[in-house]
Ligand binder design. Sequence first.
Ligand code: ADP
Length: 577
Amino acid sequence: MVSTPNGTGTVDPEMSPAAMAVLADRYLRRDDNGRVCESVGQMMDRVAGFVAQAEDAYRAHEADRWAARFSRLLRSREFLPNSPTLMNAGTGSPVLSGCFVLPIEDSLDSIFTTLRTTALLHQAGAGTGFSFAHLRPRDDRVCSTGARASGPVSFIGLYDAATQVIRLGGRRRGASMAVLDVHHPDIREFVTAKSDPAALPTFNLSVGVTDEFMLAAVADRPHPLINPRTGRVVREISARGLLETIVAEAWRTGEPGLLFLDAINRANPLPALGALEATNPCGEVPLAPNESCNLGSLALPRFLSGDRIDEQRLGRAVRVAVRFLDDVIDVADYPAPELAAAAHATRKIGLGIMGLADTLAALGLPYDSEAAVRFTQRLMYRISRWAHAASRALAAERGAFPRYSGSVWAPLPGGPMRNAQVTSVAPTGTISLLAGTSAGIEPLFALAYTRHILGREFDQVEPLFERLATERGIWTPALAAEIAATGTADHPGVPADLRRRFVTALEMEPYWHIRMQAAVQRHTDAAVAKTVNLPETAAVGQVHDVFHQAWRAGCKGTTVYRSGSRRDQVLRPPPPG
Ligand code: ADP
């Protein structure tokens, strides 16, 4: 272990300076004097050793063997678990899951009980999602006092304020998703709740829409608003008008997104436990109230072998990763007993992928091409098959998840499942930085950009592009400067095939973002985190088209982000020119 002179951490030659800064600031352990006291490798060993303790409960003296296997996998960075697992495992902080969905019922007791749980989860770095649809609307009667209710949006404000306060003590800013069903009488207030870009900074907002609502918007039919307290229709509004307002807000501010509740519930593994109404903050995990999910992602570029994916190695990594994530459920602790019970009842995990764009570029497949979509769909199909097989193998060893018999999985010819949900594709905002890959399934954002992390700036150039351009003898200081200025390979000095394979998010038709999301969704149990990036010049109608395309393509949700429409962008494109 090598300590840097300024005490900001330890140096790992495999990690980028940006990754090291994040690790040293938030992930690596510190001693009593606040000095970083573990290396990156030691962090991996800590996590692997802690998680492998679960093994001993199933078979004596297995923990060491699995600790070594988990550690090899993590050190290779072929797979990384979500941030809370990396930060907290073995440190005494018990929360290891990336995300939770919590219940909010129509009572102050429920609202404040869940607020307490939320605070504890945020303190540990986990994200939370809620449906606020059960709260009575603003100005509705509060029977016990004769007063008027303040409505869901006011309580979202309460949660946001609490989260901002917790941030002061926590290691990362808390993040939440608020979902409101499109039938709620306060839906318009919700849709415009983030009109002021400074409002509700810790929340993402999503409108939970139904197929019926989308069809009503297409046909320009009226849409009923229903008071959740009475179950009565309070008035009808224009479905199209409401969708237009949602589109206009999303165009202006990036929010709200849409959740397609019918698509989500068609894939609900446990319909008997009730409908799914909410997701975690970035939308990739629909969950029932009190459920949680341990996410982890495979770094696809690490499985490249020449001009193909080494499927044997990938299949092996999938098996070990599924076991790792299942073990996390057992070694985690939960700040409320109902969270532990829900986690153990369905044992949902979320194995996903990161570095897709890097992988496609390496294979010479332009992201916005049929070939890339086909390749990705097939790859996700294989990963999903391996992951399900791994979950079945675990069930044979350890038993099915307790709710198996009431689930859509039962009876399964290949035997029961250990996990009600196995796959999910996360944004991998931080862990892709640690793995040194592009994020999740997003296209390359830019070939050169400045990352703003912890108040510092890190300049980055897409390494594969630099390498290929060097190999072809076109990498000159002039080209480097041009790419730094525009972020794209769209220059006369760059051969057409290189330009195509390094196509960036804003250069492609939004349609391809949806195609890719839908292709991955097809073989993902939970959902897929994806933001459709649009250029600043995008028309409002393009957002409308994206929403309709995502719905028709069978996506479970959709989010757009138009360049420059929000201030707190982490990845900022370089200024043009
Ligand atoms: P990471 O790369 O840090 O593991 P991701 O970007 O993949 O995290 O996000 C996965 C999930 O983790 C999100 O959907 C959300 O539930 C949770 N999450 C992400 N960022 C935060 C945050 N700042 N605070 C709390 N939870 C977060």
